[in-house]
Unconditional design. Structure first.
Lengths: 289, 393
């Protein structure tokens, strides 16, 4: 029986007091304990940012790479060893801005990885510039008259790409968030979990109170069916007075790993090397030339 | 002469940009250069400049926007560091290949992995073959002065090349120093009005940037770039002369200190010159004939001038704040040593790689370098060609 302590890295968190990242760390530990996933079976891949520091605070394998570039590393690791539980932690700037192209194309490939985005709607680490998810009119030191661009809607984008699992959590709702993370990890295929996360230092608009007044669970709408792509897309557009939380879209389908013949016999590291087969191929080739 | 003000390197550079008043700045934040653009954004918001500020979603996009704006005929500036510069890499060549005089502050920082936000020269040195003029600064005053000169150098008709001005991350960018700013009018007059040569926005004379250029002309275009770098040399000196007349502060390809009668010398680039000068003064008190040469312009590389300045030495230590893995030594070393090869006799040249990822270079380290130089001078032989200084081994 794995306890919560098994996942403590002992490294002190370098986040501001009141940062939403503490909630995400808390929820993820809960999910891992409930799933009884051994630390050595988990790989956390992160980019750069406040969110990118996440794996330092969790005892498991981790790869902390470059800003925006977590997903390609995660995908490659999953292919190299599909037995690993691969979880990606990135910021909204990280995943949707600098790494936007990877986001789109990793969804298309559908590897069985969980992509968790700490969406505080601002660049936290570089001290408060607007991010791709900052709402129009959001004021920062660099955008003192407010953002003039449309925000990127990650859920709608993912649903339009037929992403196999699309969800939104909120750090003010920990048990619910832990359930979402659990479901995302258990889901076979690319799972996006966008987490609404207040940044008490650089985002004075989207605060805990702001979210508390708006968020509701999708399950409250009995009609809602996450298997319906068009309805899910429609729901993903809802933002403002009311903000839905939960699983927006579910489309189980073959993962990238499952479609690669070489992996059918298990992860490569467990497959026996058969030199005779290589010799056969070499002979075949030399006969051709 | 202006009155002294206290500023960090980043704020000094942002003020230079305010006085230059570029048409377009496109940038993406990255430590330790973020503050340059952040401060500049306040100048834009306060109406102190007429600049169009573009907040891009990556450095690749930021440099792309700079290139578009420069091709359109604008005076364009930006700032970045480390992986930001690395991500711009392919666009750096588009800027230089299209002869667009963009001016960029590079707040020099170590490259990942592992991640490190502190100062070293691996970012700038990684871009040394990109066709950009490269000028390095010792302190905030130099970063400010170099940036203003960079505008005039880059836009000169004989040159028309992009210029990057380096300053060491944190050591310069975040330290407060006393410096003198020129008046706004002085800067305005010094840089003059920008007259682009082939602006895309001139609809009366349509032009093409960057079309297919195969075996027929590519070589000639690259040869022209090489020529522009060569022609940049007299321009850099002339601009420095004019700048000295205006500010009283003298610049060249490099600066020497107690070098004329020296038998040994240390060559540095960037902020470490200050520490070196201090130690050299102390060594001189003991009668050790050692001097300093601080390289300011790395591209175009002042080969002939270095030969003339260093030829009389018996031994020279080249300090690199960056490694070039698997090469003969650090990038500055390789080129300086190659420059001295033609001289006979030529000084014995050794290399020290130091200060990676912001590791401090202390007095004791420079003292060690001087001791090594003395041994080389006395014995005539080099024990270690390349030494890793400031590292636990
Ligand atoms: C290539 C590159 N450009 C820029 C940076 C600087 N940088 C680090 S994190 C970051 C953005 C942080 O915002 P976000 O991704 O939303 O994460 P948060 O810090 O808010 O968790 C930036 C611009 C970098 N590390 N690498």
């Amino acid at each position: 029986m794995l306890s919560r302590e098994e996942y403590h890295s002992g490294v002190k968190e370098a986040w501001c007091p009141g940062c939403g990242n503490f909630g995400i760390l808390n929820a993820e530990k809960r999910a891992l304990v409930e799933l009884q996933l051994a630390p050595e079976k988990i790989l956390i891949v992160s980019g750069i940012g406040q969110a990118g520091k996440f794996p330092h605070y969790l005892r498991c394998n981790f790869f902390n790479g470059l800003h925006g570039r977590a997903l390609p590393v995660a995908l490659a690791a999953k292919l190299a060893n599909p037995e690993l539980t691969v979880i990606v932690h990135n910021g909204d700037g990280d995943c949707y801005g600098e790494g936007g192209n990877h986001f789109i194309h990793t969804i298309r490939r559908n590897p069985d990885i969980t992509c968790i985005v700490h969406n505080n709607k601002v660049y936290g680490l570089t001290k408060g510039q607007a991010s791709p998810t900052s709402d129009k009119g959001f004021k920062t030191k660099v955008q003192p008259y407010g953002v003039i661009h449309e925000p990127l809607n990650p859920l709608a984008l993912a649903i339009s790409l037929d992403c196999s699992f699309v969800a939104r959590g909120y750090v003010g709702d920990l048990q619910f968030l832990a359930e979402l993370i659990k479901a995302g990890i258990q889901h076979k295929g690319f799972a996006l979990i966008d987490i609404l996360q207040p940044c008490p230092t650089f985002n004075r608009v989207n605060t805990f109170r702001w979210y508390e007044e708006r968020v509701y669970h999708l399950e409250e709408d009995r009609e809602f069916d996450p298997k319906n792509q068009l309805k899910a897309f429609h729901k993903a557009l809802e933002w403002g007075e009311r903000i839905p939380l939960g699983v927006f879209y579910l489309h189980p389908k073959p993962t990238m790993e499952e479609q690669i013949p070489a992996l059918a016999a298990g992860p490569l590291y467990r497959q026996k090397i058969q030199p005779s087969k290589v010799l056969d191929i070499m002979e075949e080739l030399s006969a051709l030339s | 002469m202006g009155k002294p003000v206290a500023m960090t390197g980043n704020i000094a550079v942002a003020n230079a940009m305010r006085q230059i008043n570029p048409d377009v700045c496109a940038a993406y934040p990255i430590t330790p250069s973020t503050e340059v653009m952040q401060q500049f954004a306040s100048f834009v918001a306060d109406g102190k400049v007429d600049t169009e500020l573009v907040t891009a979603e990556s450095e690749h996009s930021a440099m792309s926007a700079c290139i578009g704006a420069a091709a359109a005929g604008g005076r364009v500036m930006t700032a970045t560091s480390a992986n930001g510069l690395a991500l711009m890499w392919e666009m750096l060549y588009i800027a230089s290949g299209n002869r667009l005089p963009i001016v960029m502050t590079v707040v020099n920082r170590a490259l990942s992995a592992p991640i490190n936000i502190h100062g070293d020269h691996s970012d700038g040195m990684g871009a040394r073959d990109s066709g950009w003029i490269q000028i390095y600064s010792e302190n905030a005053q130099e970063a400010y002065d170099n940036l203003i000169q960079a505008v005039v150098i880059g836009q000169h008709r004989d040159v028309r090349l992009p210029v990057m001005v380096g300053m060491d991350g944190f050591i310069i960018s975040h330290s407060i120093e006393n410096l003198e700013l020129l008046s706004d009018q002085e800067v305005k007059d010094f840089i003059g009005e920008y007259l682009p040569l082939y602006p895309l926005l001139n609809i009366k004379q349509p032009v093409t940037y960057g079309p297919l250029d195969l075996q027929d002309y590519y070589s000639e275009h690259k040869r022209q770039q090489a020529e522009a770098m060569k022609l940049a040399k007299p321009v850099i000196l002339k601009v420095a002369q004019d700048f000295a007349a205006l500010s009283g502060r003298k610049y060249g390809f490099f600066e020497t200190y107690r070098l004329d009668d020296a038998e040994m010398a240390i060559l540095t680039l960037g902020s470490s010159a200050g520490t070196a000068r201090f130690v050299i003064d102390r060594a001189r008190e003991q009668g050790v004939k050692v001097g300093l040469i601080k390289l300011r312009v790395f591209r175009p590389f002042p080969m002939k001038e270095l030969q003339a300045a260093l030829g009389h030495l018996k031994a020279l230590a080249v300090m690199d704040r960056c490694d070039s893995f698997g090469a003969a030594g650090g990038p500055v070393f390789s080129e300086v040593r190659s420059a001295l090869y033609d001289l006979s006799p030529h000084p014995a040249v050794v290399n020290y790689i130091y200060g990676l990822g912001g590791r401090d270079l202390g007095i004791a380290h420079i003292e060690q370098v001087i001791r090594d130089l003395q041994e080389i001078r006395q014995t005539g032989c080099i024990r270690e060609l390349l030494t890793y200084l400031t590292v636990r081994e």
